[in-house]
Design a protein around this ligand. Sequence first.
Ligand SMILES: [Zn+2]
Length: 247
Amino acid sequence: MYYFIVFIYGIIIGSFLNVCIYRIPLKQDIVYTSSHCMNCGTKVKWYDLIPVISYLALGGKCRTCKTKLSKQYPLIELLNGAAYLGIFHYLGLSYEAGMMCVLFSVLLVITLIDIRYKIIPNSILIFLMIIGIIYVVLVDQKFISSIIGFFAVSLILFLIAVISNGQMGGGDIKLMAVCGFIIGWQKILVALLIGSVFGSIIGVILIVLKINKKKQQIPFGPYLSAGVFVAALFGTELIQWYLNLVF
Ligand SMILES: [Zn+2]
């Protein structure tokens, strides 16, 4: 029953994430404007707003104009639900699990916006920073690690940005500052490492498959986001495993 509620909660939040993914880059309001069809503009009825189920009931089409709705809607909802389920199963009912759910959802929104628009909106980073400050002050209380974490990777990326003449985006720098504050300096370094490995592997695959031409700039944000999430959940174990391997 507990898992079921967590999963449903994740799906409902996932439905709100879809709204954020579409509206934040266009600087549209995310709370007061009701949902409408992207094609015909018809307001979506309340009974067609039930996550996943409405999509299936409508056969993935708008009720009015029958335009196909993006598969992204139910996929994001299910992915967010599954992630919340996994997080609460792994960490148990705790404030940390709650923080990890917020982190996952924010990183998911950032990833999709960064892929499409090659930007990481400041408003999302400010939101995450506020939640992060509340979490660190009230729950985590590892202040030194958080403050070092804020600078540990962001400073490295900032230096790369200066040296490479702006190849490294400002959004990536700010993202790693905020995430470093939340997960601490050890894990944010692991996150950078994992993100770089993901980026290299997938970058090569994209070039080999000719999906991406060499010169085309690939956003780094999605890889960093994946790295942050893996490090946030498994960073301690990964560091332990690595130390055992070396010593
Ligand atoms: Zn329509």
